[in-house]
Design a protein around this ligand. Structure first.
Ligand SMILES: Cc1ncc(COP(=O)(O)O)c(C=O)c1O
Length: 478
């Protein structure tokens, strides 16, 4: 029997139409159309999200959960609708979705609230060598405080998680494993379902850093088996200052609040304070209301395009990009080859002077990232301080490649990126190698890098400083 061809789901609109929904992409910079490939750092914003924010600030602004007037009721309904949208995107109950500032805060919430309550001296936590600092530092801090050990699961030569080594670490009985769903450096998509099964069999909880997975992968919390899952909105076409933490309800219910203050209390007396129900227990103070509403709008926008179609389009662009950069001589490309476990992040090392890379990527027409491998490399370096034991070839190689301070060029696809932009990144990497490094650096430095350009004081700061000086002079004795 002939095998049936599986056709990738198509996006409901063309890439050109999708691009037209992003006002910023209409900009020309130095006479060239903007080619934005720094989506791993933050994504650009579609009109659907910008309009939702605009509407909220113009028509509905008020504090939530505390006013009895119309605006407050509207703001509360919009804020809670946003939570419901994020929750249904994750296949979760809205009570299991806590709004936080970003993925970093989500991971810190688990480390401080769950970690401080449940970890004791001698306990073990497993992280991996491909983590962003945000998924290392909180665990390092809580481990230091509690006298727990941090174990590092290594990566293989082709940038995948070493599952055998992870299994060996699990035999030591850790209480918690924390892993990135998609690596921001290598593009590796980790097999979270499998890791969840392994962790649970070993009696450990699984925390997943979904910062890079949010914009591209279908996320069903029950199917993935994650106990906690962190998202950050600004990488998902939403605003900055907002993200979410999914936590299994019984776990969140057993955890103490992370931040004390208004909104997270049920009752306060001089003798006793009790906590609000989930998720308010973890949302102390006035939340980022408009931003949460923008987050909801961005998630709806993603869901309307459809994640399977997004994933298929991105996979096509990624394999095109990997083919093109492979044509550049002398370029080291990190991470697994194109395939099911390779996301659209691309990090490569052009083997030229690091300072030149940094200045020349203040690029006129191409917006890529310097230093992209440093988060993970930083973690790899920390191993020297925190880990004893075996060292893998991959780790040695990465450490070697991090010997210059700005070691790599990183780029990541957005749903609006075109093959022509990927071609530009290839051209850029080729030019970088070909260019006379020192003179290019000096030219740019003379032209653009004046230190005074960094000093910007907003008008209100100047006015209030002047007012303070006047008050001081007036109150001076005599
Ligand atoms: C894998 C990963 N985790 C966590 C973060 C931190 O995200 P945020 O700065 O939004 O908290 C990033 C940001 O680049 C990331 O790529």
């Amino acid at each position: 029997m002939e095998p049936t061809a599986t056709t990738a789901p198509a996006l409901p609109r063309s890439i050109e139409q999708i691009r037209a929904e992003f006002p910023i992409l209409a900009r020309e910079i130095h006479g060239e159309p903007l080619a934005y490939l720094d989506n791993g750092a933050t994504s650009q914003k579609p009109l659907a999200m910008i309009d939702a924010l605009d509407r909220y600030w113009r028509e509905h602004n008020a504090n939530v959960h505390r006013g009895v007037h119309t605006l407050s009721e509207e703001a509360t309904a919009l804020y809670e609708d946003a939570r419901t949208t994020v929750a249904s995107h994750l296949g979760a109950d809205p009570r299991e979705v806590v709004f936080v500032r970003n993925a970093t805060e989500a991971l810190n919430l688990v480390a401080y609230s769950w970690g401080r309550t449940n970890l004791e001296a001698g306990d073990r936590i497993v992280v991996t060598e491909m983590e962003h600092h945000s998924n290392v530092v909180p665990w390092y801090q809580v481990a230091q405080e509690k006298g727990a050990h941090l174990d590092w699961a290594p990566i293989t030569d082709d940038g995948r998680l070493d599952m055998d080594a992870l299994a060996a670490l699990l035999e030591r009985g850790p209480k918690l494993v924390s892993v990135a769903h998609v690596s921001n450096v290598l593009g590796t998509i980790n097999p979270v379902e499998e890791i969840a099964g392994m962790a649970h069999d070993a009696g450990a909880l699984l925390v997943v850093d979904g910062a890079q997975a949010g914009p591209k992968l279908e996320l069903d919390m029950a199917a993935l088996g994650a106990d906690f899952y962190a998202l950050t909105a600004h990488k998902m076409y939403g605003p900055t200052g907002i993200g979410s933490l999914f936590g299994r309800r019984e776990l969140l219910e057993g955890m103490p609040p992370f931040i004390g203050g208004g909104s997270m209390i049920r009752k306060v007396t001089k003798e006793l304070i009790t906590w609000a129900d989930l998720p308010a227990k973890f949302e102390g103070g006035t939340p980022a209301i408009g931003e949460a509403i923008g987050f909801g709008a961005a998630v709806s926008w993603i869901d309307e395009l459809g994640l399977p179609a997004i994933h298929a389009a991105e996979a096509e662009l990624t394999s095109y990009a990997l083919e093109r950069v492979a044509e550049v001589p002398g370029l080291t490309v990190f991470g697994p080859p194109a395939g099911d476990d390779r996301g659209g992040v691309g990090t490569s090392r052009p083997h030229v002077r690091s300072r030149v890379q940094r200045t020349s990527s203040h690029s006129r027409w191409l917006h890529m990232r310097d230093d992209a491998c440093c988060p993970a490399i930083g973690a790899v370096r920390n191993i020297k301080l925190t880990k004893s034991g075996q060292s893998s070839d991959a780790r040695r190689r990465l450490r070697k490649s991090s010997s210059s301070s700005a070691c790599a060029k990183g780029s990541k696809n957005g749903h609006y990126n075109l093959q022509t932009e990927r071609k530009k990144s290839r051209r850029f990497l080729s030019q970088l190698r070909a260019r006379d490094p020192l003179s290019a650096w000096k030219r740019r430095r003379a032209g653009f890098n004046l230190p005074g350009r960094c000093l910007h004081f907003p008008a209100w700061a100047v006015v209030s400083a002047l007012a303070m000086v006047r008050r001081l002079i007036r109150s001076w004795p005599g």
